[in-house]
Design a protein around this ligand. Structure first.
Ligand SMILES: [Zn+2]
Length: 849
């Protein structure tokens, strides 16, 4: 049990552990309710650490015996760990504990999923396996012996030896305990191999439950592509003889980069055309790459403490987005990343959960695996690269790997590498790591006698604990177009460092049209009251694909705000401009599909909030519906031609070209459904031979209210496939009308296949409700109550997933007084649950503060 009174941990209090660990030998004797873990660990005092008691973390362990240098000892045990007097010099610590993996529903430490043993140790799960200094700056080599009847027994590193009922693994690379992993069960492998650029043969395996062997080929190819890419782009080679990936059904996160033994949520690795959508394939490719890239950015160079989480995550997210850009379309990837950033990170940064990329304090580190640490952390790396240039960036990275290989490093180390490699002073840039909140950037322009001046002003609104903000370094990528639509100044990165700063461009014959923040060069809210004509001009002429998309998005936002607040009609000038882009068959279909997408309803709510309105979810729903209807009617002659263009005749491939076409086809079908009531969707549903087409048709049928037969047919076809059934649950909530969303959710929680202890299934139902903007925000509060009921229930089993899902309430202060009161009441009800977990307790108290 964890202590009931949560403790706040501060970055400023960091002290190193008083001992180094030379090596760790574990013997794990598996048994569902009585696994024995025998640990033999060599400790040696380190002279450079302050004097301290010998303390080992340990939670929910039954200590059977402990010895120092062979002599039995009786440590003092608390709910957090143990203390024990130790010799002055080096010593051998031995302990034996008992744990019950079958009863571990929190899915942290060693647990069971469908009869298979697996582990999740990041951030602080290893302390539930044995007594240990469970902190990332303690690095050691591990030798692990696994004893049990399971046919497959895996751990980190290379296989050392095995016999009947046991297997031994040795990891030669010192690592922190959070990278420890163990898997045992009846598993089948999809084998592969890879030769590194220096000629080393690496055995690759993807391990799955029997029956899933046919869903591994794509993941294997993605792994090989990742290994090649990291060699070519970052010069990083793999460093063990074997690389294992395991798919697990019950998993709190997406995947975990344990050294040499990556463990994946099965939804993030298993794929086949029949059961996975194009989006699933792309996500799987990216997550395989992400976890593999951690081998260097995270494992070989790890974090000194959990405050430095962004050191590995921001950089690795940045690297996986580079990889996806190289494998697919860089422009489409950038737009998709910005959509995700605005949907997930901006609301966090603008609400009660706002925190810096490197937080300065926390109670429960699990609550800081956030969009800010990951996605904003990656944006910070992107800005750094934009400021120093590509060549200097890779020079700095080479130095980072050379200087810090084998280290537990900090953001200070990271910044120093860039300063040393480039000669720049980055002390102001470092504010991106310490200052929370999304900067607002406004701009004014002036033109006289051939000189064009852009004057920028930046402010960052207050966030919890940070009332006053200092100016940040902003790389602002700008291009200038002349009135004929030709680019007269190509993309130039302006480096803004002051609260207000002007930049001039000389020798222009006419007042140009500026294209500002190209490629979304800094994660800010750009506040610019430009005329709709200018946005339409950029929509038509900008050479920067991101800003072309952005100008349409701006026009869409303005249009929706006017529709919600003034009851205006849809903006036909914008729709005409958009139509020209959609019709342009020289453009990538994936890009045109994104152009047709438009803002989500929660994005409209956010824009209304930013502009000083109180968002009304029902009015937002109505505005979105009328806008989509207007688009469908306006383009009814265009849609059949686009549908034809989007048709794929070759065999299914999940590559960028084909999935772009199918994305365009789905966007078209959604509009067509508004005109034909679902006829085309029904035909597509009946003939679909891949999940992308089947699911997009089903979404249209749900949206049209013509879904009963299709939902039944889909259920009967896929009831034995857990991952497809997750889609079935989620879709019928996500695509339905607001009046039905809470009831459908409630009804689905009664469905026999609703296994609420499985995080994927829980999210597919309750997460879908939280994402249904108008359904969740039902005026009478029934959406809030339903979610709160289930979070209260889940917290007793799985605090980590519960705490994370509490963020559904993070925008509560944005809404009207009635809804605020209803949400607050539910948050208070969660807070009042007897025995509430520290994870959820921390989240709810931050939300209420
Ligand atoms: Zn990661």
């Amino acid at each position: 049990m964890k202590d009931a009174s949560p403790q706040t941990i501060h970055l400023a209090d960091y002290t190193p552990f008083g001992w180094t660990v030379r090596d760790v030998h574990l013997t794990v004797k598996l048994s569902p309710r009585a696994t024995r873990v025998v640990a033999r660990i060599h400790f040696a005092p380190r002279g450079d650490a302050p004097a301290q008691d010998f303390f080992l973390h340990g939670e929910e362990l039954t200590l059977l015996r402990a010895a120092i240098d062979g002599a039995e000892v009786t440590p003092e045990i608390t709910p957090q760990g143990l203390t024990c007097p130790v010799p002055d010099g080096p010593f051998l610590w031995e302990s034996e504990v008992e744990i019950a993996p079958a009863d571990n529903t929190a899915l942290e430490g060693l647990y069971m999923s469908n009869g298979m043993y697996c582990t999740q140790c990041e951030a602080e799960g290893f302390r539930k396996i044995t007594y240990y200094p469970d902190r990332p700056d303690v690095m050691a080599t591990f030798t692990v012996r696994i004893e049990g009847d399971e046919p497959v027994k895996l751990s980190n590193g290379n296989p050392a030896d095995s016999g009947a009922g046991w297997a031994e693994w040795h990891d030669p690379w010192p690592k922190p305990a959070y990278l420890f992993a163990l898997v045992a069960g009846d598993l089948r492998n999809h084998p592969g191999s890879f030769t590194t650029k220096s000629g080393k043969e690496v055995e690759l395996n993807i391990w799955v439950r029997p029956g899933d062997e046919g869903k591994c080929a794509f993941g294997m190819e993605a792994l090989k592509k990742s290994m090649t890419w990291d060699e070519e782009v970052y010069g990083r080679e793999y460093d063990l003889d074997i690389f294992n990936v395991v798919a697990v059904d019950d998993f709190n996160m997406g995947a975990m980069e344990n050294k040499g033994l990556n463990i994946f949520n099965s939804s993030c690795v298993l794929a086949s055309p029949e059961t996975s959508t194009d989006a699933n394939f792309e996500r799987i490719e990216a997550i395989i790459a992400h976890e593999y890239f951690h081998n260097w950015t995270g494992n070989r160079i790890t974090c000194r403490d959990w405050f430095q989480l962004c050191l590995k995550e921001g950089l690795t997210v940045y690297r996986d987005s580079q990889f996806t850009s190289d494998m697919r379309s860089a422009e489409v990837k950038r737009i998709s990343d910005v959509i995700a950033l605005r949907a997930r990170q901006f609301p966090e940064d603008q609400g009660p959960l706002a925190h810096p990329v490197r937080p300065e304090s926390f109670q429960e580190i699990n609550n800081f695996y956030t969009a800010t640490v990951y996605e904003k952390g990656a944006e910070v790396i992107g800005m750094l690269k934009r400021l120093v240039g590509d060549e200097e960036y890779y020079k700095a990275l080479d130095l980072y790997f050379e200087r810090h290989d084998g280290d537990a490093a900090t953001i200070e180390d990271w910044i120093r590498v860039f300063e040393d490699a480039t000669g720049r002073d980055l002390s102001q840039f470092k504010r991106w790591y310490s200052q929370a909140g999304t900067p607002r950037l406004s701009v004014s322009e002036d033109f006289s006698e051939g000189t064009y001046t852009l004057t920028f002003r930046q402010t960052t609104p207050p966030t919890p604990g940070q009332p006053d903000k200092a100016p940040q370094v902003l790389p602002i990528a700008v291009g200038l177009l002349n009135p004929n639509g030709h680019e007269v100044v190509p993309t130039t990165v302006l480096e803004m460092t002051e609260a207000e700063q002007s930049f001039t461009f000389e020798g222009l014959s006419a007042k140009p049209v500026p294209s500002i923040l190209r490629g979304f060069s800094a994660p800010v809210v750009l506040e610019r009251d430009s005329a709709p004509e200018e946005r339409a001009f950029l929509l038509a002429h900008d050479t920067d694909a991101f800003n072309r998309w952005e100008s349409s998005r701006d026009l869409a936002r303005d249009c929706l705000v006017a529709m919600v607040t003034e009851g205006a009609a849809p903006d036909t000038a914008w729709l005409d401009g958009l139509e020209r882009v959609i019709r342009d068959d020289t453009l990538d279909p994936a890009f045109r599909a994104l152009m047709m997408g438009g803002p989500t309803q929660s994005e409209t709510a956010q824009v209304l909030h930013e502009r000083g309105h109180v968002p009304d979810p029902d009015a937002i729903w109505d505005a979105h519906e009328s806008l989509r209807q207007a688009m469908a009617e306006r383009w009814q002659d265009l849609l059949p031609a686009l549908a034809e263009e989007a048709r794929v005749t070759e065999a299914y491939r999940p590559d960028a070209a084909q999935s772009g076409k199918r994305a365009l086809g789905s966007a078209v079908l959604a509009l067509q459904t508004r005109l034909d009531g679902g006829k085309a969707a029904e035909a597509q549903f009946a003939s679909a031979d891949n999940m992308t087409l089947q699911l997009s048709a089903l979404a249209c049928l749900v949206q049209a209210g013509r879904d009963e037969a299709a939902l039944r047919a889909f259920h009967d076809q896929w009831q034995d496939d857990r991952l497809v059934m997750d889609k079935w649950f989620a879709l019928q909530i996500a695509a339905t009308t607001p009046d039905k969303a809470p009831e459908r959710t409630a009804a689905l929680t009664e469905h026999p296949a609703f296994d609420w202890t499985n995080p994927n299934r829980f999210r597919s139902v309750l997460g879908a409700l939280a994402m249904h903007h108008t359904g969740f925000h039902a005026k009478d509060g029934r959406g809030y109550k339903l979610l709160a009921d289930w979070l209260i229930k889940l917290d007793a089993k799985n605090p980590q997933t519960t705490a994370r899902m509490c963020s559904a309430f993070q925008t509560w202060k944005r809404y009207d007084a009635d809804r605020q009161a209803l949400m607050k009441a539910q948050l208070e009800r969660i807070a009042a649950r007897p025995g509430l977990s520290p994870d959820t307790g921390e989240m709810v108290s931050r939300l209420l503060s």
